[in-house]
Write a protein that binds this ligand. Structure first.
Ligand code: CA
Length: 229
């Protein structure tokens, strides 16, 4: 039995029902609020393992709830999955930049919801700039100690920027990163990025990855993520 506690902040009853039903069926302990301000109180009182947060909410909008959470030491590390309507890509970008972990666009399939929830909970303890010595995703292997990337066991030559970019994505599979986040993190690691256009670097990485190029996914209007598998 899975007893992770999840708070759902959403004002559309049908969506709350779909989310609650599916999460409860998987054994999660689900609590919900239909206003942003009430949701924030619930989150502070319950300190859940995960928050599923709608953006357009009465009382307080989702981005404000997320901001408040991230400035509160008690709940700042609680992961957040934003739930947005179609066409709210710019809000998703802001949400990810202020600390949300992932997002879902309505309408979503229960399967997609559960996959996101499981991935975020699994990553739960992993913090930014996590460095493990070896990351393997399908036929891609990244050796961070030797600065080596292999696809189907053949070495792939990447520039320093490309390597950091790929490593950043791969260190948190399934997590959506905005272009700005990727750029900041790569620059933050001390790499001199001559071309600040992330898309150009991603294109180069994909080309070099060949068969494994599909592991780096484009999220339209948002950014990139590494496949979670
Ligand atoms: Ca709403």
């Amino acid at each position: 039995m899975n007893r992770s506690k999840i708070v759902v902040v959403e004002d559309e009853p049908d969506i709350v029902e779909v989310i609650s039903y599916n999460l409860k069926r998987e054994g999660y302990n689900v609590l919900s609020a239909d206003r942003g301000d009430e949701g924030l109180n619930l989150i502070r009182n319950e300190a859940p393992d995960l928050v599923i947060l709608d953006l357009m909410l009465p009382g307080m909008d989702g981005l404000s709830v997320c901001r408040q959470m991230k400035s509160d030491p008690i709940v700042r590390d609680v992961p957040v999955i934003i739930v947005s309507a179609k066409g709210e890509e710019s809000d998703i970008v802001i949400g990810l930049e202020i600390g949300a972990d992932d997002y879902l666009t309505k309408p979503f399939a229960p399967r997609e919801l559960l996959a996101r929830v499981k991935a975020v909970l699994r990553r739960g303890g992993i913090k930014e700039h996590q460095t493990s010595e070896r990351i393997a995703i399908q036929n891609l292997v990244i050796d961070t100690v030797r600065h080596e990337v292999r696809v189907n066991d053949s070495p792939v030559e990447l520039t320093a920027t490309e390597f950091k970019l790929l490593h950043q994505l791969a260190s948190q599979p399934g997590r959506a990163f905005t272009r700005e986040q990727l750029l900041n993190r790569v620059v933050g690691l001390g790499v001199v990025v001559v071309d600040r256009n992330i898309d150009v670097h991603i294109r180069a990485v994909r080309k070099k990855l060949g068969e494994a190029s599909g592991l780096v996914q484009t999220i339209r209007g948002v950014g990139y993520r590494m496949i979670d598998a």
